[in-house]
Ligand binder design. Sequence first.
Ligand code: GLY
Ligand code: MN
Ligand code: MN
Length: 433
Amino acid sequence: MDASVYAARRARLAREMHHGVAVIPTAPERTRNRDAQYPYRFDSYFYYLTGFREPDAVLVLVADEGKPKSVLFCREKDPEREIWDGFRFGPEAARETFGFDDAHAAARLDERMPELLSNQPALFCHLGADAAWDTRVMRWVNDVRGRARAGVSAPQTISDVHAYLDEMRLVKDAAEIDVMRRAAQISTGAHRRAMSAAKPGVGEFEIEAELMHEFRRHGAQAPAYTSIVASGDHACVLHYVENADVLRDGELVLIDAGCELDGYASDITRTFPVNGRFSTPQRELYELVLAAQRAAIAEVKPGAHWNQGHDAAVKVLAQGFIDLGLLEGSVSEVIESEAYKKFYMHRTGHWLGLDVHDAGDYKRDGEWRELVPGMVLTVEPGCYVRPGPGVPERYAGIGIRIEDDALVTDSGCEIITAAAPKSVAEIEALMRG
Ligand code: GLY
Ligand code: MN
Ligand code: MN
């Protein structure tokens, strides 16, 4: 993404702040064990405003009515460390490459912050997530307060900067939509590849490896979340991530996997038969979930509210559960009593973006949020029949979810993950081929 995209976002945040100073750190590096680190992932808010991917960095944005100033604190150049860990920009090159007004060594943050906060009316930061960071921020504020007798004033308000950024992140700009389309494209290819590779005797872990191969060979940096490859009744465990079993003839396999490309997530679920042919009970439940998903997708359009898709999916599923003998009563009774939750216990979607469960409120002033063009969300109904008393034998152990990523457009929505086969006919044809 061009540096001007990030500069424009900083300018917009500054306009919305009006005055004061925002301080936004990136994520810390985390040790996995001894000298091994978890793969590094920058903080989404920080990245949204900078495009800068190195750890140990902080963005300071001074709003100053109409003349905002961006200051980056980052790691210094270090020829010795760069031999071990690779290139780092250093403040000077970071300032130039990423278009900041100023840049300093991260080690100077504590020394510079009281100065930057002096005579500023407001501080915008995110407190409560990291006690060490909170203490550090309060130390700067108290330092400025301590200068009162010298005529210096300290910020009088502290606001949550995430609240401003959540609103911005909720509606994607053109550059974000472009990356999300590409991430979706890579992930649909991975699902097709997984379908082609699946057959009785193959390990869930081998399918996971096929997904990963497809993500990485197209330049995606990582999975956006731990891939789920759940065969048989493992599919009834919503967050099954062991992926340690073997695919068996006659069973379904549920794959929930999506790549992260340049910070942006995709999130797709497909469920298909290991041997390439749906059995009758599998097909009955599959067609029901697919009908629920179609009903939910029809509600993804500008002016609709967030929960319309969920309501539509629940209505279709409730009717289906009754028709198939999984539940008794009328649709309204099954919905009213929440009996349907025995087989459908999660919600039908979430915002999608830099985070797989992305930033943004689902309600405003107590009302479900209205959809507007540029929002991206998942539509992912499912049906999970755990074996147990009263559960028809023909459906016991079947778990199905179908998940796509939808971009709200001017007239409805675009399913950016449509290239992953979804109808029974499409899936069976791909698996025959
Ligand atoms: N893969 C996470 C989710 O579907 O919400
Ligand atoms: Mn999802
Ligand atoms: Mn998912």
